[in-house]
Design a binder for this molecule. Structure first.
Ligand code: KG4
Ligand code: ZN
Length: 444
């Protein structure tokens, strides 16, 4: 990345994430030349409790919540970042229309207000909140806006993208769309570094005040690398031959791993999101599943490991979910107490998913002579997956390194989007607000 003016060394990135059911904003301060940065603010507002009532994410509810919360969250993030905005400047809450020529400092020229209205016209609540919280604050010390462009739920993505467009246009700063999955890859590379490692931030009175901000760096890794990305919408193996060069070499043909966890949870009467619940149940498992009529094994039931022996690196989890459904039905017919057997069912299901994910990752890593393996996405929070993958890598690929995200960064967040932006800063454009659109099916 290059600074716009020769004497400016620091880049402040504001990242926005609204691809699913978390509204998230992060502001980081990076050096233009390095991969080390400070996190000035990192806020995630989860909608999980609201969607849980419906058994899964409802796209229009997600959209509404993002609209309601984004402007305030950005304001809070700016405040946390200690950018200098006085309190009195927050209070102006009405759109004010001015002729361009009569616009005074702090007032928005009429032309900009009209553009803003057209950007936000399909997001009425966002427009109201923008007006209330952001319209009249002076431009904070943000140099670049990054926003998740996809993949994700289209109505949810639009909110983040339109919000980012509005900010970029209003404050006249560059904008860039970021791939959510690249964010999950970056999350595995984030390392908190307590010491001033790669560079020294200029010491000033202001910096002293904010010296307790967490400092992170993006780990330097050896290539080729392989990322196993497992989330609610995706399950894919991504080959990374060199920095920023991504190629999907395998992916799910139907349900994603997280989706399978969520569906199995529903079959077993557990609430959304199912992943954490199923894995918590699995951890309590002491009993083995009794044999079900028609099952293949002799003394206990086992679920299939779909596509584990297929020559490609694709996955399929839909049949596994159906197998759980049939198994529960059979057990019920035999008069079994499903609630009692739930931990054992969860354990066997989790084992089946983990076996397939680990086995295919190891095979791909061997074939492509992988030196670094990364794990990312919501399902990366699964302890059994983490442990089994780590053990398999140690055994089968002792010369490869394995990295996964910190537990607070496995789920969707904006810090990973900010971190992914570091490699793409040059592509951000001041005019991008004119054309940027979400891409619900965005691929590498
Ligand atoms: O990456 P993420 O937060 O959102 C998407 O981009 O989809 O992933 C959410 C998914 C959900 O399906 C959730 O059930 C799953 O991650 N998940 C887990 C665990 N924690 C979250 N799956 C298995 N075990 C977990 N501990
Ligand atoms: Zn995600």
């Amino acid at each position: 990345m290059e600074p716009p003016s020769t004497n400016k060394k620091l880049l402040h990135i504001a990242a926005i994430e609204t691809s699913c059911d978390e509204t998230a904003i992060a502001i980081i301060e990076a050096l233009y030349s390095g991969h080390s940065f400070r996190v000035l603010s990192n806020i995630v507002l989860s909608q999980v409790a609201m969607h849980a009532q419906w058994g899964g994410v409802v796209p229009n509810l997600a959209k509404r919540e993002h609209e309601k919360n984004l402007p305030f969250l950005l304001l809070k993030s700016v405040q946390e970042s200690n950018f200098s905005i006085s309190k009195s400047q927050f209070s102006i809450s009405k759109f004010r229309f001015h002729r361009e020529s009569s616009a005074k400092p702090g007032q928005i020229p009429n032309s900009k207000t009209q553009i803003l209205n057209s950007i936000l016209e399909k997001n009425e609540e966002l427009q109201n909140q923008f007006e209330k919280h952001l319209l009249h604050i002076p431009r904070p010390n943000i140099d670049l806006i990054a926003v998740t462009q996809g993949p994700g739920l289209e109505p949810a993505l639009w909110v983040g993208v339109n919000f980012a467009r509005a900010l970029s246009m209003l404050w006249d700063i560059p904008l860039i769309g970021i791939n959510h999955m690249e964010g999950h890859i970056a999350s595995a590379l984030l390392k908190q570094s307590g010491k001033i490692s790669n560079f020294q931030f200029p010491i000033s009175k202001k910096n002293k005040k904010i010296s307790n901000y967490k400092r992170y760096m993006l780990k330097a890794i050896r290539y080729p690398a392989l990322a196993l990305l497992v989330s609610g919408g995706h399950t894919e193996l991504v080959l990374i031959k060199k920095p920023l060069q991504y190629k999907i070499i395998g992916e799910t043909r139907d349900d994603a791993a997280g989706e399978a966890f969520d569906k199995v949870a529903r079959i077993l009467g557990l609430s959304y999101p199912g992943g954490p619940q199923v894995s918590a149940e699995a951890q309590q498992s002491e009993v083995r599943l009794p044999k079900v009529v028609g099952s293949r094994t002799s003394d206990c039931f086992s679920l299939p490991r779909p596509m584990i022996h297929s020559k490609d690196f694709d996955f399929s989890f839909s049949g596994l979910k159906t197998a759980v459904l049939y198994m529960v039905r059979d057990l019920e017919k035999q008069g079994a107490n499903i609630k009692k057997l739930r931990p054992a069912i969860c354990k066997e299901f989790e084992n089946a998913v983990v076996d397939v994910l680990v086995s295919k990752t190891i095979r791909a890593a061997k074939q492509y002579k992988i030196k670094t393996i990364l794990l990312g996405g919501g399902v990366a929070a699964n302890v059994s997956l983490q442990k089994n993958l780590a053990v398999a890598i140690k055994k089968d690929l002792p010369n490869s390194k394995f990295y996964m995200p910190n537990s607070n960064l496995t789920g969707d967040n904006a810090l990973m989007i900010a971190a992914a932006t570091i490699g793409h800063g040059k592509q951000a454009k001041k005019t991008a607000w004119k054309t940027l659109k979400p891409d619900a099916n965005m691929r590498f």
